[in-house]
Write a protein that binds this ligand. Sequence first.
Ligand code: HPA
Ligand code: ZN
Length: 344
Amino acid sequence: MYTTSIEKFIEDIPKAELHLHIEGTFEPELMFKIAQRNHKEIPYNSIEEVKNAYRFNNLQEFLDIYYAGAGVLITEQDFYDLTWAYLTKVHKQNVTHVEIFFDPQTHTERGISFDIVINGIRNALEDGISKLGISYKLIMSFLRHLDESSAFKTLEHAIPYKKWITAVGLDSSELGNPPSKFERVFTKARAEGYQTVAHAGEEGPATYIWEALDLLKVTRIDHGNSCLDDEQLVQKLVASQIPLTLCPLSNLELKVITDLKDHPIKKMMDKNLLVTINSDDPAYFGGYINKNYLETAKALNLSRKQITTLVKNSFKASWLSEEEKERIIKEIDFYAYQNQISKN
Ligand code: HPA
Ligand code: ZN
């Protein structure tokens, strides 16, 4: 018999989070506080009202509310506070490494400068290293509902900050905005030395995942649920071990699945796909990383060994150095050994 509960097993194991939109961590309490200090109106009278508004039938319904919420962020301090609140929360959940998205166009489109956004986020992330021991990489994500020229302009903004940004990504409304729309932007980004990732196959078809791989040359797919519709694609992802950053509670809230019991992650592990668990937009989808692990483990009856594999995958799929990955994976193996999980 195990001596620790599954809850505690998940809580205590060191984890990495690789699919997290910083604007999606904006909790109603902080939103009210920042709106008040910036003298901005929000269309809610109470935290209760905000939470009631968080019921979505699809990705677009969520995005409309997510962009509206982000509209109260004005100063560098706002972006710092937002990021710091996330870091302190996941620190308590034993997250030791994060690779987070920020959406500059959500802010530059309403007149906030790129510099304010990145400085606020980056200062909090740097404090996260020194005060919480959380390492990080930053991913600048293009909004795919906007046009190519806006993405090019955003890439230009990012060039002076190249040292701070590891990768570029692609998010927002997927249907009707295939990766091919941004082929030239991503080619330029790679030439500038950025890694590339893209949301693909969340609501969109498997062909969007092919485009992300073949045209955008991504090294990781965000979501990727629909890959299971295409056996040839699965074979390619398995052979290349290109990771998928899955977000179970997000999938449930955005009706990508109707029940967590239908989540494809277990099937994907059985096929040897390199899959990870992440929270996506935890303030909107009802749970940070540990809740994503726990609810998924319960719904799919995942073993502790499978949970350990998922956690190891989160580091394997990261952009940490090979030495750092080796060190942390040894630490996880030791944790599993202490919890009587066999290695094979
Ligand atoms: N999908 C696409 N765009 C997003 C998401 C998502 O889950 N979250 C924030 N922007
Ligand atoms: Zn996402």
